[in-house]
Design a protein around this ligand. Structure first.
Ligand SMILES: Cc1ncc(C[n+]2csc(CCOP(=O)(O)OP(=O)(O)O)c2C)c(N)n1
Ligand SMILES: [Mg+2]
Length: 352
């Protein structure tokens, strides 16, 4: 399997798919990923992220969340499938669209919601907000507001895994817009030269703020962006959690075995605006409706479960369970006090 993953050289990719895309080979697919038990787990994880984000959107509307708030609704299959291929001790780093990533690592919904609302019980004691949360315990290294900044940091995390010989990998998420940032290519060069275990996951949701990929990218096949550095890549249907997990398993397994970095370009879509303050006038309502109605990652899994004979009541019960988690998180957050003014200078620098 490792050989297979690594042998997807750019040349092979061109030969392997009608559009030059290297799709997951159905023959390699692990059938157990389609079992109702696994699909139910993935369904719950994706739904928890969606309900969490809907609740965050509500709190923002009520004025309980200040500053920026970038929702992840529509993209849930990406982080859910990737996380399913990881083990405790692996590290994850991403941009400001980060709530889903935190929830997927198992970070506490209460702590995340309390941080979003700027409260003392939040992950950064209410001083970081939506874009700046961390959990060493869960291997989550932020939460970064500067576009692309997390990518070289991710190379550093991956280097640490290699240096310590701990067998872990770093998954570094970034967007289609970020993929035009110069620092990403410096990071890719080092990552490949030193063969560090870094998986570059490009969440291509088609827009960077209000700008469509084709308007800013000279070359829209983002999975090929590592070609010059000898980093293999492939596109993945990011609205299909099983396809994401299968691709992640292959890339992660190769990286764990010392074969170096890999690029996974996830074809995905965000339903909401770039942030809560974006009216999203740069795309049509029909486009968004088509994605919601025909490509939704959660509905897709629900349909598969129904076809496998899983009772609709069971799915409803899962929805009620995750909704309760999110309501409790909101209640907890709103009951938590704001940080004291004396906290202004604490946790700013760490004495080395
Ligand atoms: C260095 C830098 N330049 C510009 C911005 C403003 N900005 C914030 S998000 C964003 C778009 C990034 O889009 P993409 O990478 O596709 O991520 P998405 O928001 O779609 O998840 C821009 C230009 C910034 N935060 N940092
Ligand atoms: Mg984008």
């Amino acid at each position: 399997m490792v050989q297979k993953a690594r042998s997807l050289s750019p040349t092979n990719q061109r030969a392997s798919g009608a559009n030059g895309n290297s799709r997951i080979n159905a023959k390699n697919a692990d059938e157990s990923l389609h079992s109702p038990a696994i699909l139910l787990e993935r369904y719950r994880s994706m739904l928890l992220i969606r309900r969490f984000e809907e609740k965050a959107g509500q709190l923002y509307g009520m004025g309980a969340i200040g500053g920026f708030c970038h929702l992840y609704i529509g993209q849930e299959a990406v982080v859910t499938g990737i996380q399913a291929a990881l083990i405790p001790g692996d590290s994850i780093i991403t941009s400001y669209r980060d709530h889903g990533h935190m929830i997927a690592t198992g970070m506490d919904a209460k702590g995340v919601m309390a941080e979003l609302t700027g409260r003392r019980d939040g992950y950064s004691h209410g001083k970081g907000g939506s874009m700046h949360m961390f959990s060493r315990e869960k291997g989550f290294f932020g939460g970064h507001g500067i576009v692309g900044a997390q990518v070289p940091l991710g190379t550093g995390l991956a280097f640490a895994h290699k240096y310590r010989e701990d067998g872990h990998v770093c998954v570094t998420y970034f967007g289609d817009g970020a993929s035009n940032q110069g620092q990403i290519y410096e990071a890719m060069n080092m990552a490949s030269l030193w063969k560090v275990p870094q998986i570059f996951v490009i969440e291509n949701n088609r827009y960077g703020m209000g700008t469509a990929v084709a308007r800013i990218a000279a070359g829209t096949k983002l999975y090929k962006r590592g070609e010059g550095f000898g980093i293999p890549g492939r596109t993945v249907n990011g609205m299909d959690v099983t396809e994401v997990e299968q691709a992640a398993r292959e890339a992660v397994s190769a990286a764990r075995k010392g074969q170096g970095p890999y690029i996974l370009e996830m074809e995905t879509y965000r339903y909401r605006g770039h942030s809560m303050s974006d009216p999203a006038k740069y795309r049509s309502k029909e486009e968004v409706a088509d994605m919601r109605d025909h490509h939704d990652p959660i509905n897709h899994v629900a349909k598969l479960l129904e076809q496998a004979g899983v009772d609709e009541e069971k799915l409803k019960a899962i929805d009620n369970e995750v909704k309760a988690i999110c309501s409790d998180a909101a209640e907890f957050a709103l009951a938590s006090p704001e940080p004291d003014a004396s906290e202004l200078w604490t946790d700013v620098l760490v004495e080395a």
